[in-house]
Design a protein around this ligand. Structure first.
Ligand code: AMP
Ligand code: ZN
Length: 449
């Protein structure tokens, strides 16, 4: 019996997680690698990292696959607009392949700066084109597709459960279909599983299928990667809430159309953040990357503290003031670790189990953080907390060296002798190591600045 309770988008209920086998199979929809991730994009990976770490702390084996969308899909959620990778290549003055390579490297650096647990597999969409083609063949054999001028489309009217996952109003969709609605499509909700490249159309990424150049529709890579790397149905599928009505709905349809299976048992979606109450957008100049936060004096760990101080399903508003609060909280926790080095702190024996219970309760990290704030914790507790949240608390808070300890003792002696010149000199030397000394009733205590 598992301790984890999570909100399953498929049932719209909090459920007790039951794994289907010995290994919990998880798939996370990853980034389209055409630009640097902004801090809103990164929230998802931080929340799903906590989910993986919670499962590991609960004693599960986990296999997680994260995809990298290096095939350009179109800027709009429909099958129209500009291809994102082509757009990135134009902007950077390079090829689509170089754009993908560049932003994959930047994403992986962000990922490791955020101390996120590496997936078992980073799956690049371009490595799965053969599987995509086989999947389209299968969907066609099973009668789910039709071919029109610009591609092979999934006929959503053939899949009875199509509207269930996102509770889509198909009638409303039909009535509200845009004027430029592709008139060859049979239903407004039909979507491309394979797009054809028109003669003369500039599209660098292309593969031959049905005797013409083309490329897979956006959603297909996820269904194919899950099929090849994990085997459906998987245990947990994660993404942002914007994925529910189109991307995930279409992944489910493709998996059913090709293999006759359901895709995942539990679906987790995280909400969006705003910045100073506004949407993240170029025109507002608030598209911050981790590098931008760094320039303002905040580390990736400070940002992670900020993200985990709220709930993954809540709408969160980011401000630099609240980030400052998260940074100070982390410094306070690090100084409590420093305290543990200096005196024997006996933690409440059940302190960590209370913290783990909070995250097992639909990943209530803000409650877990409040418990951490208020409990007496030993160094052993802090090690477990660090493992659960990946906050690099211990690594960034090493005990000080013997030489530094003797400097602190020398400062105390100087003060007793009223040699304030020497004690001030030592204070300045310690400050250079980011260490402050506080005089308490029990003698001098050092802290990180
Ligand atoms: P985009 O490149 O803007 O399409 O974003 C990629 C993914 O990042 C989206 O599909 C969302 O799931 C996620 N995302 C985008 N903006 C935000 C935001 N403000 N807060 C949280 N997640 C976001
Ligand atoms: Zn996906």
């Amino acid at each position: 019996m598992s301790n984890l309770k999570i909100y399953n988008t498929a049932s719209r209920k909090i459920e007790t997680f039951k794994p289907s086998g010995d290994v919990v199979k998880i798939y996370t929809c990853g980034p389209t690698v055409y630009s640097e991730a902004h801090i809103g994009n990164l929230t998802a990976y931080i929340y799903w990292d906590l989910m993986v770490r919670t499962l590991l702390a609960d004693g599960f084996n986990v296999k997680r696959v994260l995809n990298l969308t290096d095939v350009g899909h179109l800027v709009s959620d429909g099958d129209e607009g500009e291809d994102k990778l082509e757009k990135g290549a134009k902007r950077d003055g390079t090829s689509v392949w170089d754009v993908a390579e560049k932003y994959i490297n930047i994403f992986k650096k962000d990922y490791s700066d955020l101390e996120l647990y590496p997936p078992a597999k980073w799956a690049r969409a371009t490595d799965y084109i053969e599987g995509d083609i086989q999947a389209v063949n299968k969907m066609t054999e099973n009668g789910f597709t039709y071919e029109i001028e610009d591609g092979v489309y999934f006929d959503t009217s053939k899949f009875d459960g199509y509207a269930d996952f996102a509770k889509i109003d198909l009638e409303g969709l039909k009535a509200g279909a845009r004027v430029d609605f592709n008139s060859e499509k049979r239903n407004a909700s039909d979507f491309a599983v394979w797009k054809f490249i028109k003669p003369g159309e500039k599209h660098a990424m292309r593969w031959d299928y049905l005797g013409r150049p083309g490329y897979p529709g956006w959603h297909l890579e996820c269904a194919t990667i899950i099929h090849e790397e994990l085997g459906e149905p998987i245990d947990i599928h994660t993404g942002g809430i914007d994925h529910i009505p189109i991307h995930h709905t279409n992944e489910i349809a493709e998996c059913y159309g090709a293999y006759g299976h359901s895709l995942a048992k539990y679906w987790l979606h995280c909400n969006f953040i705003t910045i100073d109450g506004e949407k993240i957008s170029k025109s507002l100049g608030n598209v911050y990357s981790l590098g931008d936060l760094n320039e303002r004096g905040f580390s990736a760990m400070d940002y992670k503290m900020w993200v985990l101080s709220g709930h993954y399903q809540g709408t969160r508003n980011f401000t630099f003031e609240s980030l400052e609060g998260a940074k100070n909280r982390r410094l306070n926790w690090r100084n409590r670790i420093a305290e543990c080095y200096q005196s024997e702190i006996v933690g409440g024996t059940d302190a960590f189990s209370e913290i783990l219970a909070a995250v097992n309760n639909n990943m209530n990290s803000s409650e877990a953080f409040a418990i951490i704030d208020n409990k007496n914790l030993s160094l052993e507790d802090w090690k477990k907390i660090d493992e659960l949240f990946g906050l690099r608390l211990i690594a960034d808070t090493p005990d000080i060296s013997e030489e530094t300890y003797s400097l602190i003792r020398e400062r105390e002696e100087a003060r007793l002798k009223k040699d304030y010149a020497r004690s001030d000199e030592i204070r300045d030397l310690l400050a250079k190591q980011n260490i402050a000394v506080k005089d308490t009733a029990n003698g001098a205590v050092w802290q990180y600045l």
